[in-house]
Design a protein around this ligand. Structure first.
Ligand code: PHE
Length: 439
């Protein structure tokens, strides 16, 4: 069978950007920033995104397009030996992420509906509202299931018709709405404090944990270290420049996260909401700002709808990694793969859906959902990143260089290889050690 490819350059760019932009930017970035003290974290995050994120993404694109295979198959074809294990780490990480990602994405569906049923009002205490909802296990599972079903359906439709078409239409609208919210946010009375917290760094509080959190956020937000960009890369037609694509996707991803922060922190400081409030941060701050706007209900509904879609384009990427694997390597049909794997992710996600107040379920001293997030983002994804860069830098250097130069010479090829060989894997490793307290 002919391998599926992206239909157009812009289609691929938007799909890859759609995978990158998701809850990671609008939900995770603000809450992790809040939990890690604000501006210093943001600065470290940006440094990591450009020094490690872009090179790792390029490495994944190169592995994907030169092999035209899924994450496990790519390593098998290009080298074999133990290398396919790297693809497996990715598949496992993808499952774990999808499992709790769908819980949070389910919240966006709930909030979309609630926009019209009493959430948006100056009399509502948004913290209480959030806590009541998330401790209702049945509702959480219900919305999680709906989200996974929709994801399965789009993946089942296939790469081009499903993922590409939707991403193309909807991502620009999300950015526009965020811009509008930024204008509202920065004109709130708490804006100066919020912006100070967000942009005025205080390095005395930076620890190894902060840097590891920034690294984990970079991998999560850019969809790196788990084979997603290898898989998407495998569908890229030859005439698209890989270095340019890596840069554009990263840039847009960062822009969206940055904008979200400009809405959340001014709002938090205006309404006395703790910026370190945790996973609920955007679900608590945003309804407060909508309540202040004319037609607040409609803005709120529109916003959560778009966030839902952003989450969907990312969840599709998460599921596509394992679907591509069983399709390529085990000859499963796309339909069977999407259904079986999607259902599995749903089941693994149930404890996460219940861990926000329904039952008390802790792991490593964190709520189950947070523990899953920590394990995948801060441990598995960086681990994947170390191996992908080592693989490109040492094992398939010539193939990779040829691949990224197909559409014209890449000026920074030497530095890129050097980063893949040493700087990226070593710094990821050191950050990792510092983050878990061993350095
Ligand atoms: N990057 C996505 C986000 O920010 C999450 C994701 C991670 C998607 C890994 C695919 C693979 O929401």
């Amino acid at each position: 069978m002919e391998r599926e490819v992206w239909n157009s350059k812009i289609g691929f760019l938007l799909a890859a950007t759609g995978s990158a932009m998701g809850l990671g930017n609008v939900w995770r970035f603000p809450y992790i920033t809040g939990a890690n003290g604000g501006a210093a974290f943001v600065l470290i995050y940006f440094i990591i995104v450009f020094s490690i994120g872009v090179p790792v993404m390029l490495a994944e694109f190169a592995v994907g397009r030169s092999s035209k295979l899924n994450a496990v198959g790519a390593f098998k074809k290009l080298k074999g030996g133990k290398w396919p294990v790297v693809g497996w780490i990715g598949i496992i990480a993808g499952f774990i992420i999808l499992s709790y990602y769908s819980v949070i994405a389910g919240w966006t569906i709930k909030y979309f509906i609630s926009s019209f049923t009493g959430l948006i009002s100056p009399n509502v205490n948004t913290t209480t509202y959030f806590n009541q909802f998330t401790s209702n296990g049945l509702q959480n599972i219900f919305f999680q299931a709906i989200f996974i079903l929709i994801t399965i359906y789009v993946v089942y439709l296939g790469v081009e018709k499903g993922i590409e078409t939707w991403s193309k239409i909807l991502m620009p609208i999300l950015i526009l709405i965020l811009l509008l919210l930024v204008i509202r946010g920065v004109s709130l009375p708490g804006a100066p404090d919020g912006i100070r917290f967000y942009l005025n760094p205080n390095f005395s509080e930076v620890t190894g944990r902060t840097i590891l959190a920034a690294l984990g956020q970079a991998f999560f937000s850019l969809s790196l270290g788990m084979g997603a960009m290898i898989t998407y890369g495998s569908y890229i037609p030859k005439e698209i420049s890989l270095p340019k694509s890596a840069f554009i996707v990263t840039f847009l991803d960062m822009l969206l996260a940055l904008l979200a922060g400009f809405v959340i922190f001014p709002t938090a400081f205006t309404f006395g909401i703790e910026p370190g409030a945790g996973t609920g941060l955007i679900f608590i701050t945003l309804p407060s700002i909508f309540a202040l706007m004319p037609f607040g209900q409609i803005w709120s509904a529109l916003f959560f709808l778009l966030l839902f879609i952003a989450a969907l384009t990312s969840a599709i990427g998460l599921l596509e990694v394992s679907v591509a694997y069983v399709k390529d390597e085990r000859n499963w049909s796309r339909k069977k793969a999407a259904l079986a794997l999607g259902t599995t992710a749903f089941i693994i996600g149930v404890p996460s859906a219940l861990s926000n107040g329904t039952i008390s379920l802790n792991l490593f001293g964190m709520q189950f959902l947070d523990a899953m997030d920590y394990l995948s983002s801060n441990i598995l994804l960086p681990l994947g990143g170390i191996f992908v860069t080592l693989f490109v830098g040492w094992v398939i250097k010539d193939t990779a260089l040829k691949e990224i130069n197909l559409e014209g010479k890449f000026k920074f090829e030497k530095s890129w290889i050097w980063i893949c060989r040493t700087i990226a894997p070593i710094s990821i490793f050191l950050i990792f050690l510092a983050g878990i307290g061993l350095l």
